[in-house]
Design a protein around this ligand. Structure first.
Ligand SMILES: NC(=O)c1ccc[n+]([C@@H]2O[C@H](COP(=O)([O-])OP(=O)(O)OC[C@H]3O[C@@H](n4cnc5c(N)ncnc54)[C@H](OP(=O)(O)O)[C@@H]3O)[C@@H](O)[C@H]2O)c1
Length: 246
């Protein structure tokens, strides 16, 4: 039986690493991205690595009115979706979002509203299958509001809460919902940032993600040491937290 894997945000650094690790003879990859030129390069690379079955779809995730038609097209072509992997987003500098409402809202729209729209559509279709996995990349940034990234973080916090509820709802339908919370990942999104000891490669993060999908996990921090870091960050009292500059 062919396994259908749908990747929303297939040109992202993390998605490309995940796709490479999910390749197998019996896999059909359905790749969705807004930039078809970039997506063609990604698809050719995956085919050269031995994936015969790759289908590409164009979608700007911010264009909500296009969602239903593209989701229907994917469902029609795939039939059954074994894994839906959602991995896209936007991170404008927080300082720019603080003074530019359009940028702040674009950040929330890309990281939260558009994902909700797509997940409502996909979960309706997948419920009928009574099986499958929905794996979505959120972030450790959603675990606590911080001065330096609370606009991006609030969108990820909303997404994490949405995913928790969706997990409980779809449990009875046999669908697993996995929330992925990466820490610092060296990808195009963070290319401008100085790297340090806590940084991880996209390949390493992909390894944790693929393992968690295969083991039907609910929530993972990637790498796992971020669970400890965020547990400490969450218990710092507000009167200390407000003095910290991060
Ligand atoms: N890197 C990190 O440190 C880190 C940490 C925690 C969580 N994450 C999350 O990981 C996910 C993937 O990010 P990444 O690190 O792999 O960075 P990335 O390579 O920059 O990926 C971001 C992807 O989002 C796509 N995208 C953004 N807005 C879109 C839109 N409106 N329509 C279609 N595609 C859109 C981009 O498409 P284009 O290729 O066309 O630009 C790109 O493929 C994001 O959800 C991010 O928030 C990243």
């Amino acid at each position: 039986m062919i396994k259908n894997i749908v990747i929303l945000g297939a040109t992202s650094g993390i998605s490309q690493a995940v796709a490479k690790q999910m390749l197998a003879d019996d896999v059909c990859l359905h790749l969705v991205a807004r930039d078809m030129a970039k997506l063609d390069i990604v698809a050719s690379d995956l085919k050269s690595r031995g994936c015969a079955d790759v289908v590409c779809y164009q979608l700007d995730f911010n264009e909500l009115e296009q969602h239903a038609a593209v989701v229907q097209d994917i469902v029609n072509k795939a039939g059954v979706i074994d894994t839906l992997f959602v991995c896209y987003g936007l991170m404008h500098p927080q300082s720019e979002c603080e003074t530019d409402v359009a940028k702040a809202l674009e950040q929330v729209h890309s990281n939260y509203t558009s994902v909700v729209s797509l997940l409502v559509l996909f979960s309706q279709a997948m419920q009928k299958q009574n099986a499958g996995t929905i794996a979505v990349v959120s972030s450790v940034a959603g675990d606590r509001g911080r001065k330096s990234n609370y606009i991006y973080g609030s969108a990820k916090a909303g997404l994490t809460t949405f995913l928790e509820g969706l997990r409980y709802q779809l449990y009875a339908k046999g669908i697993n919902v996995l929330t992925i919370k990466p820490g610092f990942v060296d990808s195009p999104m963070t290319a401008h940032l100085k790297k340090g000891a806590l940084w991880t490669s996209t390949d390493a993060v992909a390894g944790y993600i693929v393992k968690a999908i295969n083991k039907n996990k609910s929530v993972i921090y990637t790498p796992p040491f971020w669970f400890l870091i965020m547990t400490i960050i969450k218990i710092i009292p507000a009167f200390i937290f407000r003095k910290l500059n991060f």
